[in-house]
Design a protein around this ligand. Structure first.
Ligand SMILES: Cc1cc2nc3c(=O)[nH]c(=O)nc-3n(C[C@H](O)[C@H](O)[C@H](O)COP(=O)(O)O)c2cc1C
Length: 374
């Protein structure tokens, strides 16, 4: 039998002088699951996350709201009230009992929302009043309201307090959601930011809000507990930048100013079709090279591609989204090169506490062995 335990994804990783000390490099990507009724994390989340927790693993939570204006999807969790903190505690404890690190992703949707999700039915807030163009999916996001300069410190402070709350709930750190077209990106990218004040125009100005959030969160809980997720190449939610390399590089420079920053987590450009096959474009190398700390790559990875990018040093760690959603024992399956459960898109964002959430099957032990020996 081949000794597959030595495969690159399953080798340990230890961050020099930092918190990350892992037995393998197969991370759970942050994934919104819409099962936190009334924004309160539920006991079924403890089962979902512990199913995916391993000793020496690292999990990132679904995006978690920093305030009552941060919402744009049904039943997503928050971390801005005492009730939220108390509800997270047993979930975090359960994951820790399995020996995994657990990071809370902090989120503000900005304009990816409708008035129905907002307090008093007000308009969602954003960097501008540019509405997301309806894409035929049936969802129409509301026209946002441009934040005034004097309102921005309050939003920055919401991130700071949410980070403090996450630490109080027991999380090992936070990941600032600076990706996928949400509020931080609405400021960073030039398609969604038409401001003419100090938060718009130049790259430095467009990144000012994100940098203020990073600085405030680092000031509150320490750089060693703060990571960030960025997706300079993506065009989700109409957020596109005309120079993604410059944007990503500028942000990495800002992170490097914080000695011991927890990690930089970046999402690949969209998959390209090459010779009829979907391929990852591997656009993150310049950022990986420039960033001084732990680097996480995400977006389209599987066992083969994940092993490749660890082996050639393209990244330190890889996060897996849909494959981990559907395969609670993903590291085990990778180890055995076992077949994977298929994910069901129809239940990604539904509210059932079990179906499509905690009912994806684990490998049966006998099947494990036969696959490993094959
Ligand atoms: C159901 C679902 C929910 C997601 N929610 C989030 C989220 O809350 N925060 C985030 O940064 N990305 C989110 N993503 C993106 C994933 O983290 C990941 O980047 C994406 O699925 C690509 O990786 P994959 O090919 O491994 O699935 C979500 C993806 C899916 C499928």
């Amino acid at each position: 039998m081949v000794n597959q335990a030595a495969m690159p994804l399953l080798t340990p990783y230890k961050q020099a002088g930092g918190k990350i000390d892992l037995s393998h490099r197969v991370l759970l990507s942050p994934m919104t699951r819409c099962r936190s009724y009334g924004n309160v994390p539920q006991p079924h989340a403890a089962l979902y996350y512990t199913q995916r927790a391993t000793s020496g693993g690292l999990l990132i939570t679904e995006a978690t709201g920093v305030s009552d204006t941060a919402q744009g999807y049904p039943e997503t969790p928050g971390v801005w009230t005492r009730e939220h903190v108390e509800a997270w505690k047993p979930i975090v404890d359960a994951v820790h009992r399995k020996g995994a690190l657990f990071i809370c992703q902090l989120w503000h949707v900005g304009r990816v929302s409708t008035n129905d999700y907002q307090p008093n039915g007000q308009a969602p807030i954003s960097s501008s009043d540019i509405q997301i163009t309806p894409d035929g999916s049936g969802i129409v996001y509301s026209k946002p309201r441009r934040l005034r300069v004097d309102e921005i410190p309050q939003i920055v402070d919401d991130f700071r307090l949410a980070a403090r709350n996450a630490i109080e709930a027991g999380f090992d750190g936070v990941e600032i959601h600076g990706a996928n077209g949400y509020l931080l990106e609405q400021f960073m990218k030039d398609s969604s930011n038409d401001r003419t004040d100090e938060y718009g125009g130049s790259l430095e100005n467009r990144c000012r809000f994100a940098v203020e959030v990073i600085d405030a969160v680092v000031g509150e809980i320490g750089a060693h507990r703060v990571g960030i997720r960025l997706s300079p190449f993506l065009d989700f939610m109409d957020c596109v930048d005309s120079d993604p390399e410059a944007l990503g590089s500028y942000m990495v420079e800002q992170l490097n100013k914080h000695e011991g920053f927890l990690y930089c987590h970046m999402v690949e450009p969209r998959m390209a079709i090459v010779d009829g096959r979907r391929q990852i474009q591997h656009g993150l190398l310049p950022f990986r090279k420039a960033f001084k700390g732990t680097f996480i790559a995400a977006g389209g990875y599987d066992r083969e591609e994940g092993n490749k990018v660890i082996e050639n040093g393209y990244t330190d760690l890889v996060s897996f989204g849909r494959l981990f959603l559907a395969n609670p024992d993903l590291p085990k399956r990778f180890e055995l090169d076992a077949p994977l459960n298929k994910y069901d898109r129809n239940t990604f964002y539904t509210q059932d506490p079990i179906v499509g959430y905690t009912d994806y099957p684990f490998l049966d032990e006998d099947q494990n062995n036969s696959v490993a020996d094959a």
